[in-house]
Design a protein. Sequence first.
Length: 59
Amino acid sequence: MEDVAFWIMTGGGLLSLIAWGWYYTALGKRISKEEEKEGRDLTYEINPFTGSSRGAKDG
């Protein structure tokens, strides 16, 4: 029974690491694409929760 718990914990940990990496990769791609579109660095203008410098009204 302890082996099953070990593998469930290990699998869950690996899945969470994969999800974390996927999230930050997607966020980086989105920011990079937006910076290319604007033609400038948007470092201090990005909303960390949405990954965008555009507001709700901007689309």
